[in-house]
Design a protein around this ligand. Sequence first.
Ligand code: SF4
Length: 380
Amino acid sequence: MSFYQEWERAAQLDPLPGILALGPDDVERALSRLAGSGRRELADFAALISPAAEDYLLPMSELSQKLTRQRFGNTISMYLPLYLANHCANDCSYCGFSAKNKIKRKVLSANEVDLECRHIAAMGFKSLLLVTGEHERMSGMAYFREVLPVIKPYVSYLMMEVQPLSADDYRELVGLGLDGVMVYQETYDRTLYERHHLHGRKKDFRWRLETPDRLGEAGVDKIGLGALLGLGDWRTDSLMVARHLRYLRSRYWKSRYSLSFPRLRPCAGDFQPQSPVTDRQLLQLICAYRLFDPEVELSISTREGPAFRDFLMKVGITTMSAGSSTQPGGYASGGRELEQFAISDERSAEQVAAVIRRQGMEVVWQDASAQHWPQSSAPG
Ligand code: SF4
């Protein structure tokens, strides 16, 4: 039994016509229910991501801010991505790292990883997200066994965004110091998934969908979910992310959870998103997730621009990256020719930290929740 069975049942019905038909009464009912402390229902989340809820952004933002401060205090946690390799055996229609693209490839040696870590430590970060393409031979378990012991002494919280692995592999990596894994389904629409994932292991929709189950079984502390916003219909995918989160919480209640919002841009390369998500819609979505799950971490990366990030940090976001390089070796070399994508917020980590402090919040350079709050204590 895994989330796959729940997904199979839910995917038989298209929820979009129902979401589009919701009206102001449905939104107001959902808001008043979610303002209390009762059970949080998917139907209420659906109302908050409906077009009708676009007129309720102010009360949604105020409630989201209140719930976030109640749970996370006046803090924003900072993390940094460390790109280790850009080899990839997959072919995803929307990504420049795809195997078919003739780009310069690099995998950092243990010495180069150590050099990156020294630069990152000097920037003040204690929480790292290791990123690779998905390539078992160039950056698979043998590589992780080699580099995790190099990295771990520099950090207090270590996360990965790499190819999906088996539960036994995750258990081994936990033993080497792994704390969290981000694994984005991209889209929960299987037909669309197969259209955009053309070659390689990533073609296997079910293997990817069941990855968070394997993470829960392996006892990984934090599991990160998300959909690539704009690839499919964002409302349909976001509702399935909420369903996935609810399922995982009820089954693997010792783990903590984090949601991210990678957004495809209309101008990113040749690829045109099917349903671009506007700034207002992304704000609506972030507030809806916070109201649906007051304990989940909400993370925003430097894909988003400075002004929008500065605004979002006040209404529900708990975790941010800053000063990021998306190129293997980019912190030590300052190079940019191997970047996965150009970041939108180019401010240094200290500049972003100064903005956070000016907004009356404290900057936490390590994983704040692990230090100061108990884990979620009961199935939701
Ligand atoms: S999205 Fe990930 S798996 Fe797909 S080509 Fe890019 S790096 Fe590889």
